[in-house]
Write a protein of this length. Structure first.
Length: 309
């Protein structure tokens, strides 16, 4: 006669090895290892063979933490929160999207190239890869990670990808001076944009801006993005002489100014006319999306013309 199943057997069927757990949580195995060993995000028990085993509760926790890091929370600030706090933080969406890229830079040389050329300026600048690895807990997620290296070596590809996943960073741009083309090709194959020096500041800023796709038409319920240019800066741009014969910078600044004005107008209409508030909120959202797209175009023109104001 077969022995009756114990209470532990159904529970055991729900336990998964690290590779499966990482896949279900939407993480790379290397990120899961870093998060577990460095930050203690989960503490899975081990099987008799020494393999770490993860429950669905662990997977749920990992998914929440990943979502929060993508929203901009640093892994070090959320790693030890309990599940209720993670859910509350995620539901509250305390880190709002500004519509502007969050850029992290590794290397003072790259930061110097970008000085005065990027809006907003890089959120953090690290001296080297080692410095970035030590500070990853406070760095938080990035839209673009810019890395400047004097030379490439065989271990760089793995080191860059580990940092990319640990932050995480959506896009990586690497600038180098010397190194084997095989290493550069390996980086490109892993999804990194690679350029060899000399790379001018204008080119680097353009690569960063191009890393973000043009904003699509705003969806219902989407939040408006913050402005990239103040009223005074838009006035300055409309009055600046342009090297482009068609005066595109001035025209773009004028369009953005008009859209900003209509955003304000639609907000006031929503406040005055309660019956049509939903319609005016929709107009405001659509106008905000259009303004964001024209601002992105204006950012590119400002970079290309080297305008300073």
């Amino acid at each position: 006669m077969n022995a009756a199943p114990t209470n532990e057997e159904p529970r055991a069927k729900t336990l998964m090895r690290s590779g499966t757990a990482a896949r279900l949580a939407g993480l790379s195995p290397s990120t899961l290892r870093i998060w577990e060993h460095r930050y203690g995000v989960v503490a899975p028990p081990k099987s008799k063979s020494g393999q770490r085993t993860y429950s669905m509760k662990d997977i749920e926790r990992l998914r929440l933490i990943k979502r929060l890091t993508l929203e901009g929370h640093a892994i070090g600030t959320v790693a030890h929160l309990d599940i209720d706090a993670l859910v509350a933080l995620s539901s509250g969406n305390q880190v709002s999207s500004t519509g502007a890229q969050r850029v992290l830079v590794v290397g003072q040389a790259a930061a110097h190239k970008l000085q005065g050329r990027l809006r907003p300026a890089p959120a953090l600048v690290f001296d080297d890869l080692g410095h970035a690895e030590r500070e990853v807990a406070r760095a938080g997620a990035a839209d673009v990670l810019v890395i400047h290296l004097s030379s490439l070596n065989a271990s760089i590809t793995e080191q860059v990808q580990t940092l990319r996943h640990a932050l995480p960073a959506t896009n990586v741009i690497l600038i180098y001076s010397f190194g084997a083309e095989a290493v550069a090709q390996s980086l490109r194959a892993s999804g990194v944009t690679v350029r060899r020096e000399p790379v001018a500041g204008k080119e680097l800023a353009s690569l960063i801006v191009a890393a973000r796709p043009i904003v699509a038409t705003v969806a219902s319920g989407a939040q408006p993005t913050h402005r990239r240019y103040s009223d005074a800066e838009l006035v300055a741009l409309t009055e600046m002489p342009s090297m482009v014969a068609c005066e595109c910078p001035r025209h773009l600044a004028e369009i953005v100014t008009l859209l900003v004005g209509f955003e304000r107008y639609s907000t006031e209409c929503a406040a005055r006319n309660q019956n049509d508030a939903a319609w005016h909120h929709h107009l405001h959202a659509v106008t905000s999306a259009a303004r964001t797209m024209f601002e992105q175009a204006l950012v590119q023109v400002v970079i290309e013309e080297g305008l300073v104001f």
